[in-house]
Design a protein around this ligand. Structure first.
Ligand code: ZN
Length: 346
């Protein structure tokens, strides 16, 4: 094996990201070495690329970035059981501790000591990735590497969408980024009656309609109350999935919910955001914050759904060789692309 590899590195504390030759990671007794086939660019990676306030206070420099990946196991530590060389896999990018009450109770996604690959620890935008064997998620043959590389954000979508019972419910998704679009597709798959998705970006609404059977709405052109009337909903939406972090979207969602409605929040507002709490109290609305994916229940559910007909492939709008990463980041930054996959083979 080569001793060095190509990797996308946050090499300097300034905007940008750079392709560098880096040492192939060494693995410990409980780790595997994964040869990366495909990776996908996340909003998180864009923050790191732009070097915004969050990135400046979070990201150590230098750092190999990236956390959405699919690949194949090429080496294993001596204590690793149940896995094989050659196993295709993706994996959970949150490296959890074993000491907190939440971890000890098996609620791994709630462990406060979690460290993220590509954020706190070396990431997946590279030809090789070291990962604890515990975090490996084997990929069945019918899930290819492109889909494998977007299981992390699909997991966010699935975790958010399955926060509440969706069978027969009318669902409003605010924010038609890739995760919002996939959450809408999951809601439809899981038995929702009407799924409406809002965004102020027309390209994203078009993409949403290509991926899922949803009613796209641009709230700057169309009023949600008209859509509620058009669909014949008596009061409004039963379940809300807030994926945008926009204060306007949150206000519109609260307004459009039924009495006793339930809202899951994945979108992150840029800072403190005023909320009309009295509306929430008087409507008796339940609000749930969502972080990451349930480890490994969400992984199990999403793989089972993909094998049983959930189709989110069209959310991938670009498949580029890793050498063209700059094009990929610019496409993502434009705000009109879906998922951008970078291919590390060859
Ligand atoms: Zn991500």
């Amino acid at each position: 094996m080569n001793q060095t590899m190509r990797a996308l590195v946050k090499a300097k504390p300034e905007p940008g990201i750079w392709m560098k030759e880096m040492p192939v990671p060494e693995i410990g007794t409980d780790d595997v070495l994964i040869r990366i086939n495909t990776t996908a660019i996340c909003g998180t990676d864009l923050h790191i690329w732009k070097w915004d306030e969050w990135a400046q206070k979070t990201i150590p420099v230098p750092l190999i970035t990236g956390h959405e990946f699919a690949g194949e196991i090429v080496a294993m530590g001596s204590a690793v059981e149940d896995l094989k060389i050659g196993q295709r896999c993706s994996g959970e990018g949150h490296l959890i501790g074993k000491h907190s009450r939440q971890s000890r109770a098996g609620k791994f996604h709630l462990d406060p000591e979690t460290r993220g690959i590509g954020v706190n620890e070396p990431g997946a935008f590279a030809e090789y990735l070291r990962l604890p064997a515990f975090n490996v998620v084997p990929l069945p043959d019918d899930i290819d590497d492109d889909i494998g590389s977007i299981l992390d954000p699909l997991g966010n979508a699935v975790h958010t969408a399955l926060s509440f019972d969706l069978i027969g419910e009318d669902v409003l998704v605010t924010g038609a980024g890739p995760i919002g679009i996939m959450a809408a597709a999951v809601a439809r798959y899981a038995g929702a009656r009407h799924v409406v998705i809002t965004d102020i970006n027309g390209d994203r609404l078009e993409l949403a309609a290509r991926v899922a059977d949803v009613r796209p709405v641009n709230p700057s052109e169309e009023c949600l109350s008209d859509v509620i009337a058009e669909l014949g909903l008596k009061q409004g939406f039963d379940v809300g999935l807030e994926m945008s972090g926009s204060q306007n979207a949150m206000d519109q969602m609260i307004e459009a919910m039924v009495m006793g409605g339930r809202i899951a929040l994945l979108g992150i507002p840029p800072g403190k955001s005023p909320v009309d709490w009295s509306r929430i109290v008087f409507k008796a609305i339940t609000i749930k914050g969502v972080y990451g994916r349930e480890i490994f229940e969400t992984w199990y559910k999403m793989i089972a759904m993909l094998q049983n007909g959930l189709d989110v492939r069209n959310v991938i709008t670009h498949h580029l060789p890793a050498s063209q990463f700059e094009t990929g980041f610019h496409e993502m930054n434009d705000g009109s692309s879906g998922k951008v996959v970078l291919d590390w083979r060859g």
